[in-house]
Design a protein around this ligand. Structure first.
Ligand SMILES: NC(=O)c1ccc[n+]([C@@H]2O[C@H](COP(=O)([O-])OP(=O)(O)OC[C@H]3O[C@@H](n4cnc5c(N)ncnc54)[C@H](OP(=O)(O)O)[C@@H]3O)[C@@H](O)[C@H]2O)c1
Ligand SMILES: *[C@@H]1O[C@H](CO)[C@@H](O)[C@H](O)[C@H]1NC(C)=O
Ligand SMILES: *[C@@H]1O[C@H](CO)[C@@H](O)[C@H](O)[C@H]1NC(C)=O
Length: 314
């Protein structure tokens, strides 16, 4: 009986002197970071923000998030009509402040020779680039045995070489101004690799490494580098993914359909960018666990993936 009461008493004691202060501290921390995020967000007004892959999904949502902060957004992708649609939707938003008109520019990331003229067009209309968001990309759905080498090259061109070439074209002026910010939308697949995504995972691992080297080299020039690794986000990514022969996969994966909304993801990314975070994973629990297993228990991870290669179809 006494033991029972003393247990209850100690639970009450813990709640009062440990639980309550912890909850309070956490709430205060959340409040402070909300307020400081809001303050930092206001610095985005009139900043020139270039977003590749702005015609759809995450890029389109990022355009809305930055536009809502008053940034001059430059919308880049291949499909002009979709970019014009996004621009129209942005301009139809009721804004409390005056926001510069979005700039629409066609860009094919696999056309590596077009980057200097693309960047020059931005300088002609906006003067400079404050934030470059390398978001445009394409995924992969096929086994290695079934994937033609041309598909490996194509995915690498868009996801890796395209972002590298564009970043290189934008860097000299950023270095000269001693100001700028390069962002890469990588993926959880930049940290782990799963079956039937070999080309995609390899391209994202490559961009992850490039980002780390770039961050080190740009520190002296006052340029920040942010690498963001999302888990599942509900976009057309699996529909647009390439099969082994290079055709469109055309299937909405169930995991993608159940993913974060692109609006939610974009708002989170915006905070990571204003806070100049070096890197961040934004994902559901399972990919977090997978990253942990790959790091700490690789043999277990390899077993699970071998099973996945034979048991799931996507
Ligand atoms: N959705 C997810 O679950 C998820 C998870 C992790 C990472 N990501 C990454 O997030 C980024 C955005 O993907 P999303 O999910 O928003 O998919 P999405 O809806 O398919 O959008 C992909 C965007 O990339 C552009 N793009 C594709 N090929 C291009 C090329 N050759 N040149 C220029 N732009 C090109 C597309 O525009 P055009 O077709 O008009 O050129 C489109 O705007 C990608 O890098 C993707 O790898 C997505
Ligand atoms: C951003 O870059 C500057 C200059 O390289 C560096 O001093 C600063 O620590 C970086 N910001 C963050 C949050 O890492
Ligand atoms: C992998 O892709 C192949 C086609 O290349 C398909 O037949 C197979 O079912 C897929 N496997 C998984 C695990 O998704």
């Amino acid at each position: 009986m006494n033991l029972y009461y003393s247990n209850i008493n100690s639970i009450v004691w813990y709640l009062k002197y440990v639980g309550l202060p912890l909850t309070l501290c956490f709430s205060i921390h959340c409040l402070i970071s909300r307020v400081s995020n809001k303050k930092r967000r206001s610095a985005l007004q009139k900043k020139v923000v270039v977003i590749t892959g702005a015609s759809s999904g995450i890029g389109e949502a990022l355009a809305h998030s930055f536009y809502a902060q008053g940034s001059t957004v430059v919308l880049a992708a291949r499909r002009r009509t979709e970019l014009d649609r996004v621009k129209k939707e942005l301009m139809s938003r009721k804004m409390p402040i005056q926001v510069p008109e979005p700039v629409v520019l066609e860009l094919d990331l696999s056309n590596l020779d077009s980057m200097d003229s693309f960047v020059k067009k931005i300088y002609d209309s906006c003067g400079h680039i404050d934030i470059l968001i390398n978001n445009g990309g394409v995924s992969h759905r096929a086994s290695i045995l079934n994937t033609e080498i041309k598909v490996y090259k194509q995915i690498m061109d868009v996801n890796y070489f395209g972002s590298v070439a564009l970043t290189k074209a934008a860097l000299p002026k950023m270095v000269e101004r001693k100001s700028g910010h390069i962002v890469f939308i990588s993926s959880v697949q930049g940290l782990i690799a799963i079956p039937n995504r070999s080309a995609y995972a390899a391209s994202k691992h490559a961009i992850q490494a490039f980002g780390d080297s770039l961050r080190a080299e740009m520190h002296q020039h006052n340029i920040n580098v942010t690498v963001i690794s999302p888990g599942y986000v509900k976009t057309a990514v699996s529909l647009n993914a390439l099969t082994g022969s290079g055709s469109f996969h055309g299937v909405m994966d169930s995991e993608t359909a159940a993913g974060f909304t692109s609006e939610y993801a974009a708002e989170k990314f915006l905070d990571m960018i204003v806070n100049k975070e070096n890197e961040r994973v934004l994902s559901q629990l399972m990919p977090h666990i997978a990253i942990y297993l790959r790091q700490c228990f690789p043999s277990l991870y390899f077993q699970i993936m071998a099973k996945r290669a034979t048991s799931k179809t996507n």
